[in-house]
Design a protein around this ligand. Structure first.
Ligand code: NAD
Length: 424
């Protein structure tokens, strides 16, 4: 069998759509993953998670035979170009966890040869690309930029928009030495997106700071939401006052701000911060929203307790209309509610975790919390079902204003007035 054009190591939510997209552009691709379930789903031509347009793309590539898979990282060395799309979590020490990347590199090392290109597509802490180049030189005496080519080409798509954004978002490439950037640009030119060449550390900083910007942007309305509760103000009114016809407004809306990227990427700056604790504080604001909601529920509950009360949680995914539950604050909310001895019922139409049907979750609920702003929830039907099935005087907690009450904490009779006109 001839050598593949490109190998992708790590067939997760980033690596698999990328492997399929390369194959769809006519490249032969070797996909590598250590997860046998993932490999068997791909072998059967089945997407192991939701991605818009993913099923159709998978069917096309499966029929073409251009994507082969293996569980041996060493096999990736058959291809001249090797792309790493492995997870890069953050350790509890506020430090990037490079173990999976290191393990893949160690498996590759004996098989590397002059001419190989290694692309770090994973999100990484500043300095990691130069570390990888140095590691190859120390262990194999291969000089990056001359004998092997190493670059960071950060993945910047949002899950659910992969297939659209791979062709539109500028592809940042930070190559080590003189030759690396050009090699990697040639690989990615099968996509329509413009290529922007830079240094490795600038590519690393641009990627993580784009996520830090979002994480911080959402912490502000979340903190404001808590201040509003303290002062007896309505956060949605205050945000409207900030933004309305004001050229320097732009306050975002509150909600659960989390997910696998935002919750960890700030740590890649914080680990060597010039303002230690600043981004940690941003993280603590976003992380405290579930507890803020639980305390607000308790304050409004008869007897100040949720013990034995039925609480319906709508949504488990970390983001609207996805099935991705990783690092979702909805799970944290459920854990906190269980510690209050509440009787928790969960409904999410997207996720793989088994949940209850909407009717069952809402029936006789004392409290309903919108934890994820799925489009399915922002409907008149959801409001009507809630009004029909939850107890009279049910408390509705909706930091997203998904149901359109314009209040974080509202009572169902106030919402009943809105049943014909839910919010966006
Ligand atoms: N998910 C996103 O929306 C997104 C967006 C932009 C960037 N990123 C970044 O992309 C990277 C990958 O993220 P993801 O969400 O695809 O992660 P993921 O956990 O979904 O996928 C990683 C895959 O790598 C496999 N893997 C891990 N170590 C391996 C090894 N040694 N050999 C073979 N396979 C191995 C795992 O089994 C898994 O299937 C991360 O650095 C992440 O921060 C993710």
């Amino acid at each position: 069998m001839s050598a593949p054009d490109v190998a992708i190591i790590g067939l997760g939510r980033i690596g698999l759509p990328l492997a399929l997209s390369f194959a769809d552009r006519g490249l032969t691709v070797l996909g590598v993953d250590k997860d046998p379930e993932r490999l068997s789903a791909i072998a059967a031509g089945r997407m192991p998670f939701q991605e818009t347009g993913g099923d159709e793309l998978m069917a096309r590539v499966h029929a073409s035979g251009r994507l082969r898979t293996t569980d041996r990282v060493a096999d990736a060395a058959q291809a001249d170009a090797i792309v790493l799309t492995i997870g890069t979590p953050s350790l509890a020490h506020i430090e990037i966890d490079l173990r999976d990347i290191r393990s893949a590199l160690d498996d590759l090392l004996p098989h590397l040869r002059a001419g190989h290109t290694i692309v770090l597509r994973s999100t990484i802490a500043p300095g990691t690309t130069e570390f990888v180049a140095g590691y190859l030189e120390r262990r194999r005496s291969l000089r990056s930029g001359e004998e092997v080519f190493v670059a960071h080409a950060p993945e910047r798509i949002a899950a659910g928009r992969f297939l659209e954004e791979i062709d539109t978002l500028p592809c940042i490439i930070g190559g080590v030495g003189s030759g690396s950037g050009e090699r990697v640009a040639r690989l990615f030119e099968v996509f329509d997106a413009p290529v922007v060449q830079t240094t490795p550390v600038q590519a690393e900083l641009a990627k993580i700071w784009a996520n830090i910007l979002r994480y911080t942007t959402f912490a502000l309305p979340n903190l404001l939401m808590m201040d509003c509760e303290q002062y007896g103000a309505n956060v949605f009114d205050v945000i409207d006052l900030i933004n309305r016809d004001y050229p320097r407004g732009g306050m975002a809306q509150p909600g659960f701000t989390a997910g696998t990227c935002l919750r960890k990427d700030f740590a890649f700056s914080e680990e060597r911060s010039n303002a230690p604790g600043m981004l940690l504080a941003v993280s603590r604001v976003n992380e405290s929203v579930p507890n803020f909601l639980v305390q607000g529920m308790k304050r409004r509950a008869t007897g100040g307790s949720l013990n034995g009360r039925k609480v319906a949680v709508l949504g488990l995914a970390f983001k609207r209309d996805t099935d991705d539950e990783r690092d979702s604050l909805a799970h944290k909310l459920v854990r906190l509610l269980e510690r209050e001895l509440a009787d928790v019922a969960v409904h999410d139409p997207h996720v793989a975790t088994p949940t209850q049907p909407l009717d069952d979750a809402l029936r006789d609920a004392d409290v309903v919390v919108v934890a994820t702003n799925h489009s399915d929830f922002a409907t008149a039907a959801t409001l009507q079902t809630l009004a029909a099935l939850a107890v009279d005087g049910c408390l509705v907690v909706d930091p997203w204003n998904c149901l359109g009450s314009g209040q974080v904490f509202a009572f169902a009779d106030e919402l009943a007035l809105l049943a014909g006109s839910p919010g966006a």
